[in-house]
Write a protein that binds this ligand. Structure first.
Ligand SMILES: Cc1cc2nc3c(=O)[nH]c(=O)nc-3n(C[C@H](O)[C@H](O)[C@H](O)COP(=O)(O)O)c2cc1C
Ligand SMILES: CC(C)CC(=O)C(=O)O
Length: 370
């Protein structure tokens, strides 16, 4: 994609190029990189390039409505912010700025358990809806405390990431000996639990080593009962890619799932997220909302995922680009731009309401389905 060095910022790609100039090279690799050969990372984006749209004409598109509600909360847009760790790596205000930007755009912001601002400060700054993301740490006392704090601070749901019992082999980070700088910390978790994230070394990623020490790799579906007993908040599982696991999620009474391969950062060679979406939506059969992330860069990409049955789509890397390039205003600008692109695509496909989006808008086969 071409981009101007100066001039109006029109696309997510423009934010990406602006960010590249201001972000430290090791942090840039951490953000942009994927696991191993980065095949799944590339496949996520390429999957959207295979799809073409079937526009309908002569429908009244004078009003296009992108509003959506989820677990009783209203959002102006079905495009939200996925959980990503350590926003202070790219902006001094970190997640506080992201929350301000997402809230200004009426978008959901899922706050990472590895946020670099406190849950309470983020909530105070946020005019919009927040969820808290969790990894299953071995220290259940730490998890229980986070869950209680999230409920007290007004977070609306918990999102448990289930595709990372250990962290993917991210060659860029390993080659860089990547570690989190001493000035950025996961302030919501005990410093003693997080200390090793600051200790890099040749051929090693400090965050991967930290996860190997602190994540509970024994967790199974049966353990979800413990989580359920801690909270009355909705529980959403992120990282589902198969019909089999979607059915287990329904059977275990979770409230929603996110079809995701973690932006290609976990299992290299995993199916492109878009290709997994139809089988998961079909398996769930409307029993709970299905969300989506991975490779969404434009409004038309969001439209495709929504047409395949996603209730909401989340962006991972683009909000970090926007945060680095323009702080809270950048995040708001990115979300408003992408939502504007979605609304435009809804008008030009003759589907002015989200409920009008179904698989008839797609002309190419995705994941074996139309
Ligand atoms: C820098 C970075 C940090 C991330 N941190 C987390 C995290 O803490 N927890 C999590 O579940 N996913 C994390 N993710 C994955 C995102 O939530 C999301 O699944 C992915 O980025 C979506 O793909 P996209 O970047 O193509 O939009 C992270 C992704 C990036 C790029
Ligand atoms: C700190 C990391 C474990 C966060 C993450 O999930 C990621 O980088 O993909």
């Amino acid at each position: 994609m071409t981009r101007p060095r100066t001039g109006p910022v029109l696309t997510a790609s423009d934010y990406q190029h602006l960010a590249r100039d201001v972000v430290d090279p090791d942090v840039w690799d951490f953000i942009e990189g994927g696991a191993e050969s980065e095949r799944t990372l590339a496949a996520n984006v390429a999957a959207f390039d295979r799809v073409r749209l079937r526009p309908r004409v002569l429908t009244d598109v004078s009003t296009v409505d992108t509003a959506v509600s989820l677990f009783g909360a209203d959002f102006a847009t079905p495009i939200g912010v996925a959980p990503t760790a350590y926003h202070r790596l790219v902006d001094a205000e970190g997640e506080v700025a992201t929350a301000q930007g997402a809230g200004a755009a009426g978008a959901l912001f899922v706050v990472s358990v590895f946020a670099s601002r406190t849950l309470e400060d983020i909530a105070k700054a946020s005019p919009g809806g927040l969820w808290l993301h969790l990894y299953w740490l071995s220290r259940r006392d730490v998890l229980a405390d986070l869950i209680r704090r999230a409920a007290d601070a007004g977070y609306q749901a918990l999102l448990l990431t289930v595709d990372a019992p250990r962290i993917g082999r991210r060659w860029r980070d390993m080659r860089n000996g990547f570690a989190i700088g001493a000035d950025v910390t996961a302030v919501n978790i005990d410093e003693a639990v997080m200390a090793s994230t600051h200790r890099g070394g040749t051929g090693r990623s400090a965050i991967a080593e930290h996860a190997a020490q602190s994540f509970d790799q024994t967790v199974t579906w049966a353990d979800l009962a413990w989580l359920r007993a801690q909270t009355s908040l909705p529980i959403v599982l992120k990282g589902i890619l198969t019909a089999e696991d979607a059915i287990l999620a329904v059977e275990h009474g979770v409230d929603g799932i996110v079809v995701s391969n973690h932006g290609g950062r976990q299992l290299d060679g995993a199916v492109a997220a878009l290709d997994a979406l139809p089988e998961v939506v079909d398996a769930v059969g409307g029993a709970m909302p299905v969300l989506f992330d991975g490779g969404v860069r434009r409004g038309t990409d969001a439209l495709v995922a929504l047409a395949l049955g996603a209730r909401m789509v989340l962006l991972g890397r683009p909000p970090l680009w926007a945060l680095a390039a323009g702080g809270a205003d950048g995040v708001a600008g990115l979300l408003e731009t992408t939502t504007g692109e979605l609304a435009h695509a809804m008008a030009l496909t003759g589907r002015p309401r989200l409920a009008d989006l179904d698989r008839t808008v797609l002309s190419f086969r995705v994941g074996g389905e139309r």
